[in-house]
Design a binder for this molecule. Structure first.
Ligand code: URA
Length: 218
């Protein structure tokens, strides 16, 4: 990690209330930052994150849907339409996502949807490793506050960010997996934007969502 990246990560820890990473002794002498216990508090905390990304975006895109859902869908980052409306998956990818959900008797009232990044990267570029590491703790908090039984990672970026892996989505999709930080099971699948370019892969995604539906209906 270069010096600038290290500075950003340390600054992020500092902003989120971590004051000592080697000893508990010093940290306990300082007033603890209030723990985030609601989605509203999380939204407020994220809105205060100091990151250049935010300056290029029109709106913060937090999350939407059923806050008690058993299924949480995790995307990559807002696109142009999401940036305009301040809501996740409301552009072309979102329309396809609605059809995928409908194919397994689901809709947006039954799921919760959020992204790894809350602001649109300029020109829809892929999020950097540094941006992902800044937001991963927030994503984990977001997931634990909704407390779903299943998280579906939409695409390689969301999958790599959540699982902290370098394995590709082609290898990981369709396979149930878990991470120690959350209790939900995780199903990686292809991103709807990829399906718009490669419609022949829709069948795989349908299979992945059928597995999810079967698991949730047990
Ligand atoms: N792509 C994503 O990953 N997320 C959105 O919200 C929109 C498009």
């Amino acid at each position: 990690m270069d010096q600038r990246a290290l500075y950003q990560v340390l600054k992020w820890f500092s902003d989120t209330g971590v004051s000592d990473i080697t000893s508990d002794a010093v940290a306990t002498q300082r007033p603890a930052k209030k723990e985030i216990t609601t989605l509203a508090e999380l939204k407020e905390a994220i809105s205060k994150v100091d990151i250049p990304l935010k300056k290029c975006a029109l709106n913060m895109v937090f999350g939407t849907g059923n806050e008690n859902a058993d299924l949480l869908l995790l995307g990559e980052a807002p696109g142009e339409e999401e940036d305009k409306q301040g809501l996740p998956f409301v552009g072309q990818s979102g329309l396809l996502l609605d059809k995928i959900l409908a194919a397994v008797d689901l809709d947006r009232t039954k799921v919760y949807i959020t992204n790894i990044l809350p602001w649109r990267p300029p020109g829809n570029r892929t999020p950097t490793g540094q941006e992902i590491s800044m937001f991963r703790q927030y994503v984990l908090k977001h997931i634990s506050l909704v407390n779903p039984k299943v998280v579906v990672c939409l695409g390689g970026t969301a999958t790599k960010a959540l699982l902290q892996t370098t394995d590709g989505i082609v290898h990981l999709r369709g396979k149930w997996t878990e991470i120690p930080e959350i209790s939900a099971r995780i199903m990686p699948t292809f991103h709807p934007a990829y399906l718009l370019r490669s419609p022949s892969q829709k069948r795989e995604v349908w299979h992945d969502f059928l597995s999810v539906r079967d698991y949730l209906s047990q």
